[in-house]
Write a new protein. Structure first.
Length: 127
């Protein structure tokens, strides 16, 4: 049985270099789409915010509603030029919310892909 698998991408935004953080989510979304998944990219709000600013609460509320609709969360933990993990209290909150709502959390695309392949739930829509 195939199902469209919705994957929420959680990663740093304001810690580290913001353009790099946005690019990381976009590149990850592209890779997930190539594998047949349906990613939700919260950092796309970066571009909407440029034209239609809102308070941070609005963006978080939007993200949290969508996170609860996803089948999985992919928590990215990028490192800086010194190899130190870039912290993300926001992404950590997203992981906690996912666990509270029985949304599976993964820490790599490989781990996510292996899980869904094993359960025969990978979408073939894009292939």
């Amino acid at each position: 049985m195939n199902k469209e698998i919705r994957v929420y991408i959680a990663s740093p935004y304001t810690n580290g270099w913001m353009p790099s953080n946005v690019n990381l989510q976009l590149a990850t979304a592209d890779e997930l789409m190539d594998l047949g998944y349906f990613p939700y990219v919260p950092l796309l709000a970066h571009f909407q915010e440029m034209y239609n600013p809102r308070i941070e609460h609005d963006w978080l509320e939007l993200d949290f509603v969508w996170l609860k609709q996803c089948d999985a969360v992919l928590r990215l933990k990028p490192v800086d030029k010194n190899g130190v993990e870039i912290p993300s209290p926001g992404a950590d909150k997203e992981v906690a919310l996912a666990k509270e709502n029985d949304v599976i959390v993964f820490y790599s695309i490989e781990e996510l892909n292996d899980y869904f392949k094993a359960y025969g739930r990978q979408s073939t829509l894009w292939k």
